[in-house]
Design a protein around this ligand. Sequence first.
Ligand SMILES: Nc1nc2c(ncn2[C@@H]2O[C@H](COP(=O)(O)OP(=O)(O)OP(=O)(O)O)[C@@H](O)[C@H]2O)c(=O)[nH]1
Ligand SMILES: [Mg+2]
Ligand SMILES: [Zn+2]
Length: 294
Amino acid sequence: MTGKIIKGIAGFYYVHTAGADVYECKAKGIFRNQKIKPLVGDDVELEILDAEKKLASIVDILPRKSELIRPAVANADQALVVFAAKDPETNFSLLDRFLILMTKQKLPVIICFNKTDLISEEECKKIENGYRNSGYEIRFLSAKGKKGTEKIAKLLEHKTTVLAGPSGVGKSTLVNLLQAGVTMETGEVSEKIRRGKHTTRHSEFIWINDDTYILDTPGFSSLELEDMEADELKYYFPEFHPHEGNCRFRGCIHQNEPDCAVKQAGKAGLVSKQRYLSYLQLYKELKEKEKYRY
Ligand SMILES: Nc1nc2c(ncn2[C@@H]2O[C@H](COP(=O)(O)OP(=O)(O)OP(=O)(O)O)[C@@H](O)[C@H]2O)c(=O)[nH]1
Ligand SMILES: [Mg+2]
Ligand SMILES: [Zn+2]
């Protein structure tokens, strides 16, 4: 029998099988020798130990379509990153870091701004405008108001989606809507900040239906850009790409060089000021880090 690992806790793997059963499994020793560790999201071959008690062994890991390091997950098709349009205030720098990390791992990203019930249409436009020409797919929704969630459901169909975003933005609320019957624990924002606790504590797959899965991950409050040179940062700002060939210098980093086409594109409104400033900020950070690396 084959199935998908939906959760891994303390050496046990929970495998969701076609019959919608979940088996508690241990991985057979062979994996330890092969230095291959089963990951959440892996499609695996099971050897049933006890059908009644739903116990099995993982005897094989099927070939992976993809493998992410952060979060550690196999076979993800895309990421849906959720930020609140308000409450908590949108942390655009954090969003840009997330976009960079996912793009670096070659995972397509859909950006989702939730809690639109708390802002005006004009404010939505402003947010959207900040990402103009970036090529990222942007969606607005109100999970609480059940607005825009059907369109999200469509985007997830037949795919394995990593759901990510800061704490308190409404990820679990969204999942609850997407999957009737499963109720993830949600929590009041003020309550969470007070206790300094996150509601979702580990990454867990949620089966929506057929071949549609979501990985609900714990909220994050910061992201480090690791293994990245400041000078390669520009490759992760897609809205720069059409202009880069027109900079006077080939290695232009789009800062103080004369005749920089990216800066000109910014002035012409083709690259948003918000993203350009975000680029400068992240560049500075990476340069700082490089100083201490050697
Ligand atoms: N106004 C408004 N509130 C929302 C909306 N969606 C979720 N909330 C509220 O935001 C709070 C946090 O929601 P959760 O779904 O627990 O957030 P989360 O992203 O899963 O948080 P973590 O598990 O900590 O990462 C709850 O009080 C929700 O009721 C929305 O569309 N509008
Ligand atoms: Mg949650
Ligand atoms: Zn330039």
